[in-house]
Design a protein around this ligand. Structure first.
Ligand code: AMP
Length: 177
């Protein structure tokens, strides 16, 4: 039976990390809309240009755009045995669209609950690899350059992990997701 999993949770809850582990254990593709958008920003594509300012401000990319991205991704044959979705859906319109895209398949929803102050603390420490995108729990200071445990790339702070933008993302999560 195909495992079609949605990993829900606020920014910093660990949904990306858990989605990756779950996908690896079950041999499923992990589909992260945040990763797809960050790659598009790095690649300077039309999607990336549309998303960059919104992501930097902690807002949500428009439903039309992101639903189109997910619809296209879920048509590829590698999802026939199931998938783990990370970061989608984030609005009611996205949830309705997803229902229609995957119908008649069932969905399993995992919701990770973490208090806001803990999320702010975690995201303040989070570092990501500038080369492969791996997440590091952090604890790294500016005077202490560190390398990615997976590929040796330099660790950087995600541009939307500043405290101000994190609080905006949490507020958007509470309101829209
Ligand atoms: P994430 O890596 O899941 O925290 O996503 C990073 C950013 O990408 C979010 O703050 C949004 O700006 C954008 N994003 C990711 N997924 C979605 C989505 N499903 N709908 C709208 N915007 C999204």
């Amino acid at each position: 039976m195909a495992l079609n999993v949605i990993m829900m949770g606020p920014p910093g809850a660990g949904k990306g990390t858990q989605a990756e582990r779950f996908a690896a254990v079950h041999g499923l593709p992990k589909i992260s809309t945040g990763d797809i958008l960050r790659e598009a920003v790095q690649g300077g594509t039309e999607l990336g240009r549309a998303a960059k300012g919104i992501m930097d401000a902690g807002g949500l990319v428009s439903d039309d755009i992101i639903i189109g991205v997910v619809r296209e991704r879920l048509q590829r044959p590698d999802v026939d045995g199931g998938f783990v979705l990370d970061g989608f859906p984030r609005t009611v319109a996205q949830a309705v669209a997803l229902d229609e895209i995957v119908s008649p398949r069932d969905l399993i929803v995992l919701d990770i609950v973490v208090p806001d102050e803990e999320l702010v603390r975690r995201l303040g420490m989070r570092r990501v690899c500038g080369r492969c995108g791996a997440i590091s729990a952090g604890g790294v200071t500016a005077s202490e350059p560190a390398m990615c445990e997976r590929c040796g790339g330099a660790l950087v702070v995600r541009s939307d992990d500043s405290e101000e933008v994190v609080r905006q993302r949490l507020s958007v999560y509470g309101r829209d997701t």
